[in-house]
Design a protein around this ligand. Structure first.
Ligand code: SF4
Ligand code: SF4
Length: 235
């Protein structure tokens, strides 16, 4: 994203909307610190600039384009065909049955809210999970950027890129769930970002949720969520 200095009046209205705190005022004009900018286009999409001074890049070069792919919900990642940060199936398990009984989905949502992250930090979380033996979701953009999905390593050219957030999706067998959560707890102390963790569990036929018993045994306090996405998923 760029700001056209010939249009900008320096009104400061846009500054508060930038989640990366990348917009600053210099010589009475707004400027964007390119190293911090997530390319999320929020500054432009909110329509706060009365003089339309925001100028989006026509086509961002690789690897900078990954910022927009993960941070701007209107951008689709061509290689996975998925818009945004994750895959719809993670939220529509009843349709796709991606996660069966005896296994769990793990969704690690990195960088939200309003902190952001880099692929260097994302890699540290992925490596910690890989050591436990999780299987990363193939159609997820983060997995696509791995050099070795069995180790969780990310390709060098994107490691310095910053994004508003990313979702690491994986599947873990029942016997490894607590170990994976402990690994996340440990790496949370080491990374320079924030993350939340969702455990995805298929319900038994009687409506009970196996993950709840396991997590309780492991001393975890959980808040349960059901999600119905009308119109999402595939038959
Ligand atoms: S809202 Fe527009 S005119 Fe005001 S500081 Fe931002 S870019 Fe400049
Ligand atoms: S594109 Fe996003 S991160 Fe970049 S200046 Fe605009 S709001 Fe900030």
């Amino acid at each position: 994203m760029r700001i056209d200095p010939s249009r900008c009046t320096g009104c400061r209205l846009c500054v508060q909307y930038c989640p990366a705190r990348a917009i600053f005022i210099e010589d009475k004009k707004a400027t964007i610190d390119e190293s911090k900018c997530f390319e999320c286009a929020l500054c432009r999409r909110v329509g706060v600039c009365k003089v339309e001074a925001f100028v989006p890049a026509e086509e961002l070069p690789w690897p900078r384009s990954i910022r927009s792919i993960l941070s701007d919900p209107l951008t689709t990642f061509r290689e996975t065909g998925v818009s945004g940060r994750g895959t719809e199936e993670m939220k529509t398990n009843d349709v796709t049955q991606r996660y069966g009984l005896g296994e769990y989905g793990l969704a690690v949502d990195v960088g939200r809210p309003n902190v952001g992250t880099s692929f260097r930090e994302i890699e540290r979380i992925c490596v910690a999970l890989a050591k436990v033996g999780v299987k990363f979701e193939e159609k997820n953009p983060v997995t696509f950027l791995m050099t070795d999905a069995s180790k969780g390593t990310i390709r060098d050219d994107v490691k310095g890129e910053v994004v508003a957030s990313a979702v690491i999706e994986s599947k873990v067998p029942e016997g490894k769930l607590l170990e994976a959560l402990d690994a996340l707890k440990q790496v949370a102390r080491e990374v320079d970002t924030v993350f939340s963790v969702g455990v995805i569990s298929r319900c038994r036929e009687d409506g009970t949720i196996p993950a709840l018993e396991l997590l309780s045994e492991g001393g975890w306090q959980v808040s349960t969520r059901g999600k119905t996405n009308v119109g999402l998923g595939r038959a």
